[in-house]
Design a binder for this molecule. Structure first.
Ligand code: SPV
Ligand code: MG
Length: 578
């Protein structure tokens, strides 16, 4: 196939089409009928596309009788022009009306980047030339010349081409009439003449070419005389050959065979290897470009992160209701706790969600998650669960306890944080009456709403390991870590490195998430704090479980007035517990 030389490609599409028509080489155009086939034509190496009336009508499932409106055709061409940078010559039938319709057509085609139009000297509405061609009335020569002139006068791009198609041979009017018409059309301003024939031999086309003697570029459509060697056309001085309908025919026979096979065999196994892979369709659609653009333009939205949910525990204090399921599958206001959490992630565009189950992981049937099981859950703690899934995660990740309910802004603000590490701390729970309770947080500053936006970092979180030994434990904590940690960019590697260290500890099996946070801090990482004041719940005991329903109700858009009011009251009374 023709390689497309850089200089040629840098020209406008209309200039390239004109150059093809005028060139001394034999040129080729391939039919396309939609965006996908236009791309296929380009990839095959062709220099131009024939926007076939037959093929475009056929892909709509209608006849080649102007049943599709001209605007539907032009819309289709727009998809083709978008999918391929090749010049497109539209098969514009009769111009869809009189001279005035041709003027408007030319303007609209120019606006959509179409390089030229071919109009034929039949009458609107036309019928395909291969259907009873002799019965089809031809246009008056003068009237058709008027259309050509009107089209040429209305083009604003000097390179836009109008090809005049002579149907005299198709209609059985003879060679002299064909030549007379071609001459008149060339005089009227046509940039090329398309001479059409329905014979299986090229004789009349070759005779026409001889008589015509190069007065204007000649275009042919050898659908019926396809067995003629292409060299013959070259020697006859033909400008351009149009392969007019072969992609729609290829598509039709492939679709028929595949549909028949699948229907008969009731399985896909017989066809899978002989049809384009789904990935090939994605490639033809340029899906990669979309992903790159997403990275460029959606980065602020932080939409493509992942989540890792720790859900291995049965839940202390919840034994009575967790006989057959882990804590995260407890129903809260009509749906499992984990479903609330997964829905919250999805709402923020976090769709890659890994859940680490353990106790009764078989009961976790939440859709839209990847389940990883910590088989050692009975003997291990949170970090062992985290380690089960950490290797699978790349990029921005929210690590979360599985038993959380929260207002959506909490997660939104967390995933929008630019910090490498960030956590949510609830300042409404600062009074550490029971200092042995884990997850109390000491920070670089207290939650001062007047200083909203000031950067605060985490200093320490009370852990099952070290609450009493912490030097900070003497001071009142600044709040409670709610169980959400966001890890961005390079933070991922840092976290892996710290985890590697922790795994070497003899007590790794018993380590909890606060131990990880503290180890990160000790390793010099800065963990940014996002303060909230209530607006979340953890489910740690039966009391929490009972109250969680009210809280959840209040988060739904159609909460009943009573449910919402009750939820709000509970909310105000206490922020939540983990
Ligand atoms: C078309 O492709 O629609 C044509 C060429 O007009 S043909 O069908 O061969 O007449
Ligand atoms: Mg046609």
């Amino acid at each position: 196939m023709n390689a497309r030389e850089p200089a040629f490609v840098s020209q406008s599409r209309s200039a390239r089409l004109r150059q093809m028509l005028l060139s001394n080489e034999l040129e080729f155009m391939m039919e396309a009928h939609n965006g996908l086939s236009a791309r296929v034509v380009r990839e095959a190496g062709f220099k131009a596309i024939w926007g076939s009336g037959l093929a475009i009508s056929a892909q709509f499932g209608v006849r080649d009788n102007n049943e599709a409106s001209w605007t539907q055709v032009v819309d289709t061409l727009e998809f083709m022009a978008d999918a391929s940078d090749l010049p497109i010559l539209l098969d514009g039938d009769t111009g869809y009306g009189n001279f005035n319709n041709v003027r408007r057509l030319v303007r609209k085609l120019e606006q959509r980047g179409i390089a030229g139009v071919c109009i034929e000297d039949k009458q609107f509405p036309k019928t395909n030339s291969f259907i009873n061609g002799e019965a089809q009335p031809l246009a008056e020569i003068d009237e058709f010349c008027g259309k050509i002139k009107a089209g040429k006068d209305s083009q604003t791009d000097e390179h836009f081409s109008i090809v005049a198609r002579v149907e005299a041979l198709i209609a059985g009017w003879g060679m002299d009439e064909a030549l007379r018409r071609a001459e008149a059309y060339a005089q009227a301003g046509a940039d090329a003449i398309l001479i059409h024939s329905k014979l299986s031999r090229a004789d009349e086309i070759l005779e026409f070419a001889r008589e015509w003697a190069g007065r204007a570029p000649l275009v042919i459509v050898p659908t019926k005389y396809y067995s003629t060697p292409t060299e013959v056309f070259r020697e006859a001085g033909i400008s351009t050959v149009i392969w007019a309908n072969h992609l729609i025919r290829a598509a039709a026979s492939a679709m028929q065979a595949v549909a028949r096979e699948i229907h008969t065999s009731e399985t896909l196994v017989n066809v899978e290897d002989s049809i384009a892979a789904v990935n090939e369709i994605f490639r033809l659609q340029d899906a990669d470009e979309y992903s790159q653009a997403e990275d460029r333009y959606l980065s602020g939205a932080r939409s493509a992160g992942s989540a890792l949910v720790l859900a291995a525990s049965r839940g202390k204090g919840l034994e009575a209701v967790t006989e057959d399921r882990p804590k995260v599958m407890l129903p809260i206001a009509g749906k499992p706790l984990l479903r609330w959490l997964v829905d919250a992630f999805k709402k923020q565009g976090v769709n890659d969600i890994t859940v680490v189950g353990g106790y009764r992981a078989d009961a976790i049937d939440t859709a839209g998650i990847r389940l990883v099981v910590n088989e050692q859950h009975a003997q291990t703690g949170e970090l062992a669960s985290l380690a089960c899934a950490l290797d699978q995660l790349t990029g921005d990740t929210v690590i979360s306890y599985g038993d959380l309910l929260f207002r959506s802004y909490i997660l939104r603000d967390l995933v929008e944080s630019e910090a490498v590490f960030s956590v949510v701390v609830d300042s409404s729970l600062a009074d550490a009456e029971n200092a042995s309770v884990r997850d109390f947080a000491w920070c670089s500053a207290a939650d001062d709403r007047g200083l909203f936006g000031n950067k605060v970092v985490l200093r320490h979180v009370s852990s099952g390991q070290d609450a009493s030994s912490s030097a900070l434990a003497a001071h009142a904590p600044h709040g409670r870590w709610v169980g959400l940690l966001n890890v961005r960019g390079a933070g991922h590697e840092h976290l892996q490195a710290v985890m590697k260290q922790l795994r070497m500890r003899a007590d790794f099996a018993s380590l909890d998430m606060p131990a990880l946070l503290n180890a990160l801090i000790e390793a010099g990482e800065s963990i940014e704090v996002q303060y909230v004041h209530g607006h979340w719940r953890g489910v740690n005991d039966l009391d929490d479980f009972r109250r969680a329903g009210d809280f959840a109700h209040a988060q739904t858009p159609f909460a009943t007035a009573a449910g919402a009011a009750q939820g709000a009251a509970n909310n105000a009374a206490s922020g939540g517990t983990q």
